[in-house]
Design a binder for this molecule. Sequence first.
Ligand code: HEM
Length: 445
Amino acid sequence: MTTTERTTGTTLRDIPGDAGPPIIGYTLQFAGGKLTADRTRYDKYGPVSWSRAFGRTWISAQGPEAAGAVLSNRDHAFDSGPGWSFLIGPFFRRGLMLLDGPEHHRHRRIMQEAFTAQRLAGYLEPLNETLAAGIAAWPRTGSLAFYPAIKQVTLDVATRTFMGAQADHEADRLNRAFVDCVQAATAPIRLPIPGLRWHKGLVGRRLLENYLRPQLAEKRAGDGNDLFSALCHARSDEGEAFSDDDVVNHMIFLLMAAHDTSTITLTSMAYYLARNPEWQERCREESFALGTEHVAYDDLDRLVALDLVMKESMRLVVPVPGVIRRANKDTELLGYRVPANTMVTAQLWTVHHLEEFWPDPERFDPGRFSEERREDKVHRNAFMPFGHGVHKCIGMYFGGMEVKAAMHQLLQRYRISVPAGYEMPVDWTSLPRPRDGLPITLHRL
Ligand code: HEM
């Protein structure tokens, strides 16, 4: 009998699953993102199943009940740090998502101060300016690979709005270092060999640290409206503040957490808006009705159609398709036995694509989030693009603000289209991105 069975007095079932091919198991499918946007295992084994990859056993929690139970973490059995460290540990160490228990709670309470409505409103002005400068560099009319173009813009947001970087060459250098850190997370060879991805990531991390650290004293003394300054000044209700090391670690993690997620959200929104001109027109009309080139913080809620489109795009192409935890003790999941030290993934993609919860799940239908329909309410965990539980995205409103501010500007400048019948091919290797860069046609208004 396991520890859990002794404490709960219940008999737990063994989890169904299979190891996959001998020795390597499902490593290649895992690393290639083949198990992400796919419900084969769910259909075969149900919401909880096991497999082998990277030389260890993984439990996959699919569907709102199982994924929700992992993220609610009622038994305090699933740790985020040891789970995520497997992928991003050396490059994003001691970021908020990699902390657990009372330490995570303490850091989160301090960081919350950098995400109050007042702070967000303060970030919006420089954010709007950076977005405007980025979008102004696009051609007036003609084709544009949307994904790399918007990625450049969101990188500029990260380096300028987050860090307060000024000069172009400075932003370029930081962007490169930061991209190297992100790409290292999915490096197939996880050794510091010069020239390879893992090593570049370590060098990038050092560069970011060396850039941020010397500015701490100035940021602490000043009252800038960038996120870096906000973290330097953040205090919890109990008056606790971040140490210098904390600020640097959190900054580097925040850059990562904010950047790719906003980029893919904007990309999938552009894709669906280009394919659905009636929704594009509706969003544009709303934007023009605001009568301002740059959206103000208090006007964000008035972009109702854009909000529906954002939600539906995040449902269909969920920016973080799965989150990782590791069991810190023997525990249970929907009545199944989970041994200590097992890696567990909560698969958010499956949650958003089950027809049991979402009628006609592959159809782009933003109206399903409207007040009259609220299909997301059919199950409390049916819609989790920002996660759930204590690690739920702290930048949820920041992300929504950035995405809406960018789309508001874009729609007032351009009409966008894709050829009839075009379907965006998504690469799910780490976070989703279009394999072809999403070629769209811009028509200047
Ligand atoms: C559309 C944009 C975004 C999406 C879809 C998204 C998604 C997520 C998800 C799913 C998690 C939970 C991870 C887990 O449970 O392991 C998370 C956590 C987090 N996100 Fe976001 N995110 C977005 C934007 C942002 C932005 C803009 C920031 C910061 C400015 C941010 C900062 C964070 C942080 C710090 C955490 C860790 C929270 C914690 O552990 O307490 N995210 N995000």
